[in-house]
Design a protein around this ligand. Sequence first.
Ligand code: ZN
Ligand code: ZN
Ligand code: ZN
Length: 401
Amino acid sequence: MRSASHLCRRAYKIGSNLIALVRSGRTRFSLRKEISTTTTASPPFNFSGDMDEHMKLASDSDQISGEIREPDVYIVTSGGLRIPANASVLASVSPVLENILDRPRKYRRSEKIIPILGVPCDAVLAFVRFLYSSRCTDDEMETYGIHLLALSHVFLVPQLKQRCTKGLAERLTNDNVVDVLQLARLCDAPDLYIKCMRLISDHFKTVEKTEGWMFLQDHDPHLELEIMQFMEESESRKKRSRRRREERCLYLQLSEAMDCLEHIYTEGCTSVGPCHLEPTTKKGPCGKFSTCHGLQMLIKHFATCKKRVNGGCSRCKRMWQLLRLHSSICDQTDSCRVPLCRQFKLKAQQVKKGEDARWKLLVRKVVSAKAMSSLSLPKRKREEEPRQTLDHRHGIRSFRL
Ligand SMILES: [Zn+2]
Ligand SMILES: [Zn+2]
Ligand SMILES: [Zn+2]
């Protein structure tokens, strides 16, 4: 029985043939030149092709075209299979085949032969079937996906290339991803290339143990470097977006704290509220803001702390900053009940322009987070608004503990 590693090595053998095939097709001119020299001579193969396959192909193509046509060209594979075909059909689907067929032959009577070498016979059959029917079965994609991708690239058949890009992307595994990546890069298939890179990047610990990776390390250091760079970039992209998410989260929390501050100082909540209002009878936790309890504790601390901000108390400093932030975004002048709102506003007018750019940036971010959250949470806002307008009749700015 063949071992798994034997099969793998075999896969690489096929892979390197494919790479040679794609490289030979890179410059269309050299490909045409190379093939045109062989089209004139008698094919150097032992034509022991499978006649059943010939008949199957012929009947497939007949079904598609709806008429029986005499083959006027033969496609020859590495295994010696001779596949009959019609020049007009091949030329209409592939401009490369059209070029090959258009070249004058040395001997007028010699048969037109197009060798497609370096891939298994069945892959070439699947390729020719696609040229006739624009279809390819799941089984063919499963077994010959990479070969078909290479052939679609070499012979310029974009529909097949698209089909292979999609089919191979669906069948990517940790074991085949390195081979597919190599081919995607050679065949200029950017979507597939990116999908392979992402898979390698996400499962690198497993991929680096595969034979494909070890083979790549030995034979293609450029691609290895490319993968490393991609992984580094994707890691820093992830870090950047994580940082942005954390920032957004912070600004949203601050914006909610601002709403909560107004809520406590205008309508009162649980045990803290403006002194003109009776303490709420409902002693349960606040149902409006998750931060309400914490903020109430902070307010209580701020009112009773002996150290205060100047004494270096970090909790007081936090409360002080929240009050300052409120004042920076508050647009009510006289009716606002939040303590120190007016004083901070007056102080801000005295600060010279450009002196506090970082603070202004923070204010802008919180204001935009507030705007965003009010768009996404219209229900809460609508509930709050009528109560706030009622409370504005009272001009008391102190608060009760
Ligand atoms: Zn509350
Ligand atoms: Zn304190
Ligand atoms: Zn205010």
